[in-house]
Structures are given as C-alpha cells and as structure tokens.
Write a protein of this length. Structure first.
Length: 410
C-alpha cells in the first residue's frame, strides 16, 4: 500500500469517530504542551541566572578580607582586613591575565537633597571600578584619578537613588549632602537590577576612594590605605582558574604568608558561581521535562488502548480487505499510520498549547520563559515516536488476523 492512500484512509477512519479521536489526542496534546512549557520555564530560569551574574561583571574575581584567630578562637570571614590599594595596583601591574583591579570601600549612608532623603550604600572607588564591573554611564562622566588624588567631593549615583531623590528631574550638577558633606553629582550609571541574592545594585552612590575614607566612611584600620574588597576583572578569553591562582599567589607573597599559613583573604570567582547556578537550573529543567514527559507516556497508552478497540471493532473490515487481496503489511501500515496521525495532530496542537502556556506564565507570573526551537522539535519528535511505539502492537495484531476468522467475527 502506498503511503498517501494509507493517510487518506487513516484520516477517514478518524473522522468517523471525531470525539473519540479528539479525546485520544488529548493526552498527547497535554504531554507536548507540558514539555514545551516546562522546558521553557527551566530555560528562562537559566537565562535569568546568567543575566544576573553577568550584571555583576563578566570575568570577575572578588577579593574579600579573610578571617583571623584570636586566643585560639577563629573569627568570622572579613575580620582580618589586610587588603590595600597597593594590592590592587600590584595585581594590575604584575598579572598579565588581569585587565584591571579596583579597590573598594563600602558603607551605609544617608543622602539628603532638599527636603528629601534616602538611605543607600556608598562605595569609595577608583575610576577603574566601572570598567571592572562592566557598568556604563547614562549621563555625565566617571570621576577621574585627579579627583581621587585630590579627595574632591563629586559623586556618581545609581538609578534607584536618582529616582528616589530626583524623580523626573535631571540630577546632573545637583548638590546633595552625604553624611552632611556636600557632593556634586557628575554622573548617573545605567540600571543593573537585582543580584541573584536580591540586592539592588542600582541603590548605590560612588565617590572617590580617598574622599570616602577621609570624610564619609572613616578610617578604622592601622593601614591608611586598607580597603574592604578588590574587584579583579580578567581579560576576555583568559582562564579564570589560572588568573585566580596567580592572584592568590601574588597576595600571599605581598602579605608575607608562610606556606603553612592560611590565606588572610577570600577569593570569589563569579564564573564558578555562574556555572554552579546554571547546573542547578539545568537539573531543574530536566526534572520538569521528565515530569511533563509522563503525560506523553499516558497519552501513548491512550492511543494503544483506542487502537486495540478500533482493531476489534473493524475485524470484519480487515477480513474483507484481506479477502480481496490486501496483505498483512498493508493492514499494518494502515493502522500504524492512524496511530502516527493521531500523535502528529496531537503534537501540532500541543505545540500551540505549549507556546501559549509559556506566554501566559510569563504574563501572569512575571516569570521569564525561553522556548528554544530545539525544544519544540524534540517534543514533536517524541510525539511521533509515541505514535510509532504504542501504535505498533495494535497494528501488528490487526495484520496477523486470520481472514476466515475475521470474516466470521460478529
């Protein structure tokens, strides 16, 4: 039997029992739709994680102060502050893999403009900070090294601070008071959004490092050039692991640590954080896809059940066709085509349901979904495979019927 006539006969048979055919396809529709929607949710979660890590700065290593031991008691991380501005200069100068290293001091401050005020995070930084964090300006300029050397009172503010203090007013050139010290706004940075742990990166004000130390955040350490952290940006295409090892070796050398002594600093490689969170998101995607695939299995069982019923109902028809010359493989092809047709039609409708569900989830739950063409093709392929797998047994049963017994069937 040619394939085209078999398809025509299959469609005719399905039209005879429209409701039963529709109910049979329902399992496939739900299965394919669920697979596409769940995989879209998982892929969207992965994309969101990557976006959040990217917003922190690409190829970034953060160096934090380490811990110390006092009277046999190990204190917490950040209790032993030995990082300095000179460490940042040395990292940039002596490690070719590093593009830039930016020292940072951080603390909470109250900002006042007119009769408005806002509590935010103040960052004492150098001009390299924006480059290290891949942060661009939407207005104005970043303060220069001359501003750091001269401890000038200039500031660059984040989007959240600008909205809360100025609203729709242009903040450029305005005078604000930070801990009662007047600062002139010279720049506004582009919105970055929240980090993966919920911190608003735009709720910040950046001022020259020397000004922050002398006028705003104070100096509570023995070394006047001590800083709270270093943001180290690795050159594009270079090995993050190798750069991290070189930074660790250089800092240990500069801090005169013996081989038996622990690091007095902590390195956090954001590329490793990204990889870990992406792997977690992939596991969630696979789990959601596996759960949704159960619907395809149920739909396939439904197809097998209906096809077995169809074989029983059409036993005399099968006998007549065999009596006029139809071979077993013709009967096998006919019923197999019917099962595959059910699966493919259900798969096409399921694709529409899955895409619609993904958009609905994005709209109602404000959850980013990402449906890749590969996911659609894979779901459709599995729908066809379900039709072949679960339709083969009923088709083979029909092909093996004895013509004489089939004609006698009541």
């Amino acid at each position: 039997m040619n394939l085209l006539p078999a398809v025509r006969i299959a469609l005719r048979s399905l039209r005879v029992n429209k409701l039963r055919s529709a109910l049979t396809m329902l399992g496939i529709i739900i299965g394919v739709g669920a697979v596409i929607a769940m995989v879209g949710i998982g892929a969207g979660a992965q994309a969101r994680v990557a976006e959040q890590i990217q917003s922190l700065g690409s190829n970034l290593i953060i160096v934090f102060p380490g811990s110390r031991t006092s009277s046999g008691v190990r204190m917490g991380s950040g209790t032993y502050v030995r990082l300095t501005e000179d460490d940042a200069v040395a990292i940039t100068r002596e490690i070719p893999l590093v593009q830039v290293a930016a020292p940072t001091l951080r603390g909470g401050v109250q900002i006042v403009f007119g009769n408005l005020n806002w509590w935010t995070n103040a960052y004492g930084v150098t001009p390299e900070y924006l480059e290290a964090r891949d942060w661009r300006l939407t207005a104005g300029r970043m303060f220069a090294q001359e501003d750091v050397d001269g401890s000038t009172k200039v500031a660059v503010i984040g989007h959240t601070v600008a909205q809360n203090l100025f609203g729709d007013t242009d903040p450029m050139g305005q005078i604000i008071r930070v801990q009662k010290v007047p600062f002139t706004i010279v720049g506004v940075v582009a919105p970055k959004g929240q980090t993966s742990w919920g911190q608003d990166q735009d709720d910040a004000i950046m001022i020259p490092l020397s000004t922050a130390r002398k006028r705003i955040l104070g100096r509570s350490y023995a070394n006047a050039r001590t800083v709270g952290s270093l943001s180290v940006k690795v050159r594009e295409g270079e090995s993050m692991a190798e750069a991290e090892a070189q930074v660790r070796a250089l800092l240990r050398q500069r801090h005169r640590l013996q081989p038996y002594q622990d690091d007095d600093f902590t390195l956090r490689n954001l590329a490793e954080v990204l990889q870990t969170q992406e792997e977690s998101s992939k596991v969630m995607t696979y789990l959601l896809g596996a759960i949704a695939s159960v619907s395809l299995l149920v739909g396939g069982i439904g197809i097998m059940n209906i096809m077995l019923v169809s074989v029983t109902e059409r036993t005399r028809e099968i006998g007549l066709r065999m009596a006029v010359g139809a071979r077993g493989r013709d009967i096998l092809t006919q019923f197999l085509v019917e099962a595959i047709t059910l699966s493919l039609i259900g798969g096409l409708v399921g694709i529409g349901v899955g895409l619609g569900s993904s958009r609905l989830i994005s709209y109602l739950a404000e959850w980013h979904t990402l449906v890749a063409p590969e996911a659609i093709a894979l779901a459709f392929f599995f729908a066809a495979a379900v039709g072949v797998f679960f339709g083969f047994y009923p088709a083979r049963k029909a092909a093996r019927l004895d013509p004489i017994e089939a004609l006698r069937y009541e």
